[in-house]
Write a protein that binds this ligand. Structure first.
Ligand code: KG4
Ligand code: ZN
Length: 366
């Protein structure tokens, strides 16, 4: 079946066409970065209005690139939660209109869960999976899996297929109690004067020659001994004080942010931010083993999985724990509609259908 996916939860207007839940025929994303840059973050009302303008051209472009007509679309999937409510409403209204006018099923997809699915997608040539040689009868991936979503709004650990062995069996084990990892990166970029969007800029600076990741001893959040939750606000404050001095430091004595200090701060921040992830993943594997669940795969997704250090450390972690690693290619790390159409296809196959009363919901389901 060919599924058309729509995504509009934040500042990306996206539409994708996906065949059989796995093959991406097109993946079109209209970014709004330029509109929000001058405010240093996403302005919800501006984002909603831009979605209204971008949506129809983006849907047309996705159909054109896929080489399919509307008549070939078998179902419409839409990211209906979580996100900015005005933004979600634009995508949900468009998806309802399309599904109703075509007379095809509609399904609402949880955007955060869809990030977990992004790494399973391939392009027309079968490229996109690093673990292709493994084939699995009922699922495109070996389950149960440990899931990790690291994005601008979420930092969560899941077990997928831990109860009934299905990709739709998603249980959250832990989440951030304050800032999300991507949000911390964006704030770090602001502290270091790097502009918006910040995550990729901090990453690039941390990787520059001469950057010393040990120059600053920034805290790696652990929380309670068995906690699977995350906290990034302490690291953010520690970076702020290391960069500009604490509140007790008089204006005249504040340290100068030289290029070298900036590089060292970015590298030290990146080391601590990523170490918190692998620490909690290690705890999660242990926790699941105690519950009698032996995970076989690490399924990672979300904008921050584009981070160079996180990608390397996740690969090391997976190899060290005997897990297959499924991580999206760069284009599918950040928000996109292919992941919505992909997970939507799995839901449709399992019999999920939504009516024209499908609601936009600001929070994730779990
Ligand atoms: O998944 P996503 O596109 O949107 C949400 O669902 O939130 O994630 C966006 C987040 C932003 O905070 C952005 O700064 C971060 O992902 N990000 C990165 C990198 N690329 C994107 N953070 C760190 N390093 C990167 N290379
Ligand atoms: Zn996202």
């Amino acid at each position: 079946m060919i599924v058309l996916g729509i995504e509009s939860s934040c500042d990306e207007t996206a539409c994708a066409v996906v065949r059989d839940g796995l093959v991406v025929l097109s993946n079109v994303v209209a970014s709004q970065n330029d509109l929000h840059a001058e405010y240093g973050g996403v302005v919800p009302e501006i984002a909603s209005r831009a979605h209204v303008e971008h949506l129809t051209p983006v849907v047309r472009a996705a159909l054109r690139e896929a080489g399919v007509t509307l008549a070939e679309i078998g179902a419409v999937a839409v990211g209906h939660r979580p996100g900015l409510i005005g933004c979600l409403l634009v995508g949900v209204a468009a998806a309802k209109a399309l599904a109703w006018s075509l007379g095809v099923p509609l399904v609402g997809v949880d955007h955060v869960h869809a990030h977990l699915y992004a790494g399973l997608l391939t392009n027309r040539d079968g490229q996109g999976r690093d673990d292709r040689e493994e084939s699995h009868a009922d699922s495109p991936v070996a389950l149960p899996a440990l899931g990790l979503v690291v994005s601008g709004g979420h930092t969560s650990i899941y077990v997928v297929g831990g109860r009934d062995g299905s990709l739709l069996d998603i249980e959250r084990l832990g989440a951030t109690i304050d800032d999300a990892m991507g949000e911390a990166y964006d704030k770090a970029a602001a502290i270091l004067g790097l502009g918006f969007p910040g995550g990729p800029r901090v990453d690039a600076l941390a990787c520059e020659a001469g950057a010393d990741e040990r120059a600053f001893d920034l805290p790696i959040s652990r929380l309670g001994p068995g906690s699977l939750d995350f906290s990034y606000s302490g690291l953010k404050t520690a970076l702020l004080y290391a960069a500009h001095g604490g509140p007790a430091v008089p204006e005249a004595e504040r340290p100068v942010l030289t290029d070298q200090r900036r590089r060292d701060l970015a590298a030290s921040f990146q080391r601590a931010a990523v170490a918190a992830i692998t620490l909690k993943l290690g705890r999660a594997v242990e926790h699941l083993r105690e519950r009698g669940v032996d995970v076989r795969t690490l399924l990672a997704g979300g904008g921050v999985t584009a981070n160079s250090r996180l990608r390397t450390e996740l690969a090391t972690f997976a190899a060290g724990h005997g897990l297959g690693l499924v991580i999206p290619p760069m284009a599918l790390c950040v928000d996109n509609a292919a992941m919505i159409a992909g997970l939507g296809s799995v839901m449709l196959d399992a019999g999920h259908r939504d009516g024209l009363d499908l609601a936009a919901v600001p929070t994730t389901a779990c």
